[in-house]
Design a protein around this ligand. Structure first.
Ligand SMILES: C[S@@+](CC[C@H](N)C(=O)[O-])C[C@H]1O[C@@H](n2cnc3c(N)ncnc32)[C@H](O)[C@@H]1O
Length: 207
């Protein structure tokens, strides 16, 4: 598969640079990162190309996405072969406590609500003490106006699937706490998206 023939997300193309800027500020130069719901692989390829010190593990629930991820990340030696990982699976196929960061973009609003608890539980198990869960997407924040575009997006999602929709940051935070993850930072990114930074309790790994 040539790159031109691969599935392409215009949104991922627009948001990859701002997300990378935030990740470069948050993560050390050398880090092992588990990506959840990698989709087309545009984030994995962009981030890994920019930061060769990050060992990037792309994953997807959709079996058909795996060859796409492999093709898009071909030639990037620090991207591991994509693995099938369904967040809702009872056990994730990863080594426990082995990642410095878990990155997940645009999953929680395009999946049923139980996916959030499963993401928190799985990430808490995959992260080393001191590791970070980084969740990117649009959220509803109590006490702050939701933009018209996000309200329209939410209505569109719910019309497509009644189990989908923008999540309240407070609800996501509550699920994170249940699994020992604390909201450490909330970074505003373009187009009314947030990067939520949750930290797993414990001392950070020495570089
Ligand atoms: C909107 S796409 C986001 C893809 C990519 N992260 C991005 O931001 O461009 C949502 C992705 O979540 C994946 N997905 C849905 N349910 C999932 C689950 N239970 N576990 C893992 N991935 C899932 C879908 O296959 C799809 O690729």
């Amino acid at each position: 598969m040539t790159h031109d023939a691969l599935p392409f997300s215009p949104a991922a193309d627009r948001n990859k640079a701002p997300i990378l800027g935030a990740l470069q500020r948050l993560l050390p130069g050398a880090a092992q990162v588990l990506e959840i719901a990698s989709g087309t692989g545009q984030h994995a390829a962009h981030f890994a190309a920019a930061c060769p010190g990050w060992q990037w593990q792309p994953t997807e629930a959709d079996e058909l996405a795996l060859p796409v991820l492999a093709a898009r990340c071909a030639g990037l030696p620090h991207v591991l072969p994509p693995q099938r990982l369904d967040v809702l699976a009872p056990a994730w196929p990863v080594e426990p406590a082995s990642f410095d960061a878990v990155f997940c973009a645009n999953l929680l609003h395009i999946s049923p609500w139980p996916t959030c608890a499963a993401l928190m539980q799985g990430a808490a198990g995959a992260l080393r003490p001191g590791g970070m869960l980084l969740v990117y997407g649009p959220f509803v924040v109590d006490g702050e106006p939701t933009t018209a575009s996000n309200l329209g997006f939410d209505a569109d999602l719910r019309a497509r699937d009644t189990r989908w929709g923008l999540r309240r940051l407070a609800d996501v935070d509550a699920q994170a706490r249940l699994h020992g993850l604390a909201l450490a930072e909330r970074i505003a990114l373009p187009a009314n998206n947030l990067l939520l930074v949750f930290s797993r309790a414990g001392p950070a790994r020495r570089a």
